[in-house]
Design a protein around this ligand. Structure first.
Ligand SMILES: [Zn+2]
Ligand SMILES: [Zn+2]
Length: 544
């Protein structure tokens, strides 16, 4: 082998493989969080609930909750019989971890995949949550979960967020009594409500967030379905029932809404993170002010005992976010991708119309941001776009909405809003994955070229450097379209690697051969003219 080639080979190989690893993050782990979005206004009508109690039983899977006519949760079963409300399964997405689950519930989007670079612990980019829009939020639970929302609330200068987390000395890992974690939360809530009763009774638009880590800990240590896990479940569900009674004692105005759910499920072996039904199916039970107790179309039912059955509904986890916002008359967080499950609300047609419209405009704001960014590229007039929602059609939809409002046709407002939400979600997916296919193609071409280069090396061919006009053409495209440096880097990657691979020892430093030009031109055409298909990435299966 040529001695110079030998040394350069190591450098090329290291650089190329580091870049190849990085391509995974650029192609798949890009943040969906858009910064600088304008929030919507609160709903201009009285909200059905003054306060909302969100109880997240960490790691509680649907199977443990609904097992044998809810026999694992006898107190809650009694409550369901008395209060009715809505019962069902909330579908989470992977990774079925605590942070992504809580973000889907409280911020309305399916985790920032770039958070994987920080072990799902830190927020790489700040995001909006339901708590930011409330007058007050009181939360109790594990420090690891509460700090996600504390950290994302730096703008909260008025001190509207009161978070009470137990410290690590109270972590019961390795100990039998994991339910002590939940008991700690219940006792703190009880003490707080009794102490602050007078003040709390005067405030509306308040969230109470109870994070109960006991069941997740019990699931990991003892495994679900074991006697020790069930012991924790009995204690926790009895505690929830007691806390509900306490809330009703303190607030007698019938204006409290309650949502009980979990962030993710758990496998029989006590793990979570993947996509098995036991991990992605979490239970929910919601009742109280503003929650619809009347049965509506569903084919699934769950028996409470031999005489009583309740309808069983299904939603996507992120739909909880706009629902909780609507119950308190607040706009959804700006990064929310959930669609309001309108039949879950027991409110007037006008209220539903206004909540749906607010949700649609909040989603549209994200879409408009992406569309503006795409259109700001000099060459965007040559590139395909999401035709269903161009600027003229956005303006037309807005004027239809105004007209329908003017004649108080709230059914039409609702229908237009839901159509707009569907189109907007599809459009957001379209622009967020706009360069995904060209990037995949670029990485594949680079990899194949690298293989060819290695083959050349094995044949002891002499290596020379080459100039590439195509390189300049893609650089120009990336600059004119204002692409990020990461996307530009990977669109350009195949050119130097191909140049290495296609070198001909007889060519020396002369320009590209006919074969090189042909392949490079094919690559440029494929990368630049590839029309992104309408993405399903952010599509939410919606229960309207
Ligand atoms: Zn969890
Ligand atoms: Zn866990």
């Amino acid at each position: 082998m040529h001695s110079g080639v030998g040394n350069i080979w190591y450098i090329y190989a290291t650089v190329f493989h580091v870049l190849l690893l990085g391509s995974i993050f650029v192609t798949y782990f890009r943040s969906p969080v858009i910064q600088g979005l304008k929030p919507q206004q609160p709903l201009p009508r009285e909200a059905p609930a003054k306060r909302l109690v969100l109880i997240v039983a960490d790691g509680l899977r649907a199977q443990s909750f609904f097992y044998e006519n809810l026999s694992n949760v006898p107190n809650l079963r009694q409550l369901i019989k008395e209060q009715q409300g809505l019962l069902g399964i909330s579908h989470t997405r992977v990774p079925t971890e605590s942070r992504p689950g809580h973000i889907a519930l409280i911020a309305g989007f399916y985790e920032d995949p770039s958070a994987v670079t920080r072990g799902w612990k830190e927020n790489p980019i700040e995001f909006d949550t339901i708590f930011q829009h409330a007058r007050r939020t009181y939360a109790w639970g594990s420090h690891d979960i509460l700090r996600i929302f504390n950290k994302s609330s730096r703008r909260d200068v008025e001190g509207r967020l009161t978070f009470d987390a137990y410290n690590h000395e109270l972590d019961f890992w390795g100990k039998v009594k994991s339910y002590e974690l939940d008991k700690w939360v219940f006792s703190r809530v009880e003490d707080f409500l009794k102490r602050k009763r007078k003040i709390l009774q005067k405030v509306d638009k308040v969230y109470f967030f109870l994070h109960l880590l006991g069941l997740d800990t019990a699931g990991h240590i003892h495994k679900p379905q074991t006697a020790l896990f069930l012991e924790n479940l009995f204690i926790t569900e009895a505690g929830i029932y007691k806390i509900y009674r306490l809330f009703e004692q303190i607030f007698e105005d019938q204006k409290t809404a309650y949502i009980l759910t979990s962030d993710h499920g758990m496998t029989d072996s006590g793990s979570h993170g993947a996509a098995q039904p036991h991990e992605t199916e979490t239970p929910f039970y919601m009742w109280g002010a503003g929650i619809n107790s009347k049965s509506y179309s569903t084919t699934k039912y769950i028996k409470l005992d031999s005489n009583t059955a309740m309808p069983l509904y299904e939603i996507e986890q992120a739909q909880m976010t706009p629902l909780m916002s609507a119950l308190l008359g607040l706009p959804p967080p700006v990064n929310n991708l959930g669609i309001l499950p309108r039949y879950f609300l027991n409110v007037s047609d006008e209220y539903i119309a206004r909540a749906a419209e607010c949700n649609a405009y909040q989603l549209l704001e994200q879409y408009k941001h992406l569309l503006k960014k795409h259109k700001s590229g000099v060459l965007s007039f040559l590139l395909p776009e999401y035709e269903a929602l161009s600027w003229p059609s956005i303006n037309a939809i807005k004027s239809y909405l105004k007209q329908a409002h003017f004649v108080e046709d709230y059914q039409t407002v609702t229908n237009i809003s839901y159509n707009l939400m569907e189109m907007t979600l599809e459009g957001i997916g379209y622009y967020q994955s706009y360069y995904s296919m060209p990037l995949l193609l670029a990485t594949t071409v680079a990899m194949l070229s690298w293989t060819k280069y290695l083959f050349n090396l094995l044949n002891l061919k002499k290596m020379d450097s080459l100039e590439s006009v195509e390189f300049k053409a893609i650089v120009a495209f990336c600059i004119l379209q204002k692409l990020s440096w990461q996307v530009s880097l990977y669109l350009l990657l195949p050119i130097p690697v191909m140049s290495l691979a296609l070198r001909d020892e007889t060519q020396g430093l002369t320009p590209l051969t006919f074969g090189q030009i042909k392949i490079n031109i094919t690559w440029i055409c494929a990368a630049c003219c590839f029309t992104p298909k309408q993405s399903q990435n952010n599509k939410v299966e919606v229960l309207y």
